[in-house]
Design a binder for this molecule. Structure first.
Ligand SMILES: Nc1ncnc2c1ncn2[C@@H]1O[C@H](COP(=O)(O)OP(=O)(O)O)[C@@H](O)[C@H]1O
Ligand SMILES: [Mg+2]
Length: 438
């Protein structure tokens, strides 16, 4: 029988020597290790020092009775899992129920029926073996789950780090420190030009006045001087020269504003968010994309319509937001170019390519930025994939499939905002960003 396979130990606690002897003999013959104690306290000590596999416990004993012994066994973590079978001479069901309530697994009544006692003991020991096995399996399972969870956590952390690196490298490749450096370097010579142009303008005005005065007082008619004046068309020249200088000044001012835009766009990101003007970010990004918006040989200029609302400064990493604007605007331009293919220049002039940039206050706490295009739109079949890492419909070398992944990470994770879109293959696409003001 299964009980014989392993040497299982049974502790019998009973004050009646006859009972003890009967049980001892019956159990020993059946192959169990039997320990006996004659009162509650010794039984508790024994069970604590050498936990048996099962306890047979008499109810009526002098000193600590069976119920109290049972309660104390249940209380002690070292013994609480040992199955207890009560032995009772009382046919009283109330006592049996009390024993079961206290945590006993079964009861047997005296005088003993040997077969019945053995059968009940075997059943309980089997249950115990099974529950121990179960417990062990549960622990193994928990360990495995813990290990897997740790592995997963590590993987997620690695992924996050990789994504951050991607953001960093994408950022460097879109604009980069190069741009910031160039903008910085341009600043000095441009300032120099600007200052000197103003001086030159004044100086030339003086010079012109002087020449006119000289000519008035010494007309020098019929001389080489007059010949030369005619040759160089002196009147026209004197009139034109200040205009030339003014237009140079306009040019220099434009360089200044481009250089400022470049610096705004590639503003080195500080560790903390700062309150920034979203419109400045949008403007600098559009300025940088100017070359892509301009007319090309196969299509007219892309119209940019701005509809800026009154919005407060937003607490953000403006450099990163600019990167988002850049990615979305570049996608819009791509979509417009794709939609322009095969349509004639004239057709396109009649129905021009447009990008609409809108800002508004969504509510007291959030601003909304919408960028719309009337390009090809996003096909129904790929709508739930466009934010996926590396998903692109563009040819190799043109698309990376990172733009929107990064945009979403910056908006949702870094700024706790939202990034959504609606798209219709006939009418184009709108991306909507909401950002908490702070
Ligand atoms: N404005 C848009 N109009 C049409 N399709 C778009 C638009 N913006 C994004 N998409 C689609 O989403 C895809 C993923 O965009 P993105 O993550 O920026 O990667 P990439 O631009 O490198 O392809 C694009 O390949 C394109 O199919
Ligand atoms: Mg893109």
């Amino acid at each position: 029988m299964s009980a014989r396979l392993s040497q299982e130990t049974i502790l019998v606690i009973d004050d009646n020597p006859t009972n003890l002897e009967v049980l001892y003999n019956a159990l020993s013959i059946s192959g169990y290790d039997v320990l006996v104690e004659m009162d509650g306290s010794s039984g508790l000590a024994q069970a604590h020092n050498y936990p048996p596999d099962l306890i047979l416990l008499d109810v009526m004993m002098p000193g600590i009775d069976g119920f109290e012994t049972c309660r104390q066994l249940q209380e002690n973590p070292a013994t609480c899992k040992i199955p207890i079978i009560f032995m009772t001479a009382l046919a009283d069901t109330v006592d049996k129920v009390k024993g079961l309530h206290l945590g006993a697994v079964d009861y047997i009544t005296k005088p003993f029926q040997k077969e019945e006692v053995l059968a009940r003991i075997q059943t309980q020991l089997k249950l115990r073996r099974l529950s121990l096995e179960l417990e062990q399996q549960k622990q193994e399972l928990e360990r495995t789950v813990e290990l897997r969870t740790a592995e997963l956590t590590r993987t997620i952390q690695e992924l996050k780090a990789t994504q951050l690196q991607l953001i960093q490298s994408e950022k460097l490749s879109t604009v980069g420190q190069l741009v910031a450096g160039i903008a910085h370097e341009i600043n000095n010579p441009v300032g120099f030009l600007n200052g000197n142009l103003e001086q030159a303008y004044l100086a030339i005005q003086d010079l012109i006045d002087y020449i006119r005065l000289y000519h008035e007082i010494y007309p020098a008619q019929g001389t080489e001087i007059e010949e030369k004046a005619q040759e160089i068309e002196i009147d026209y020249l004197l009139e034109d020269l200040p205009k030339m200088l003014l237009s140079m000044q306009v040019g220099v001012e434009r360089i200044c504003s481009i250089s400022n835009s470049l610096r705004t766009f590639s503003r080195a990101d500080v560790d903390t968010k700062v309150f920034a003007n979203i419109h400045e970010g949008l403007e600098s990004t559009l300025m940088i994309l100017q070359h892509r918006l301009k007319a090309q040989k196969d299509r007219p200029e892309i119209q940019v319509i701005k509809n800026y609302g009154e919005i407060p400064k937003v607490e953000c990493y403006l450099g990163q937001l600019n990167q988002v604007f850049m990615n979305i605007l570049a996608n819009a331009i791509d979509a417009l170019e794709e939609g322009s293919e095969g349509r004639g220049y004239q057709e396109l002039e009649k129905n021009p390519n447009q990008i609409l940039v809108q800002t508004s206050l969504k509510n007291e706490r959030e601003v909304m930025i919408r960028i719309s295009d009337n390009g090809v739109g996003i096909g129904q079949g790929i709508k739930d994939r466009i934010f996926d890492h590396l998903f692109t419909t563009k040819p190799v070398g043109k698309g990376t499939g990172l733009g929107l992944t990064i945009a979403r990470q910056i908006i949702v994770e870094k700024h706790e905002g939202t990034l959504e879109f609606i798209s219709d293959s006939n009418r184009g696409t709108t991306f909507a960003i909401t950002l908490p003001v702070s």
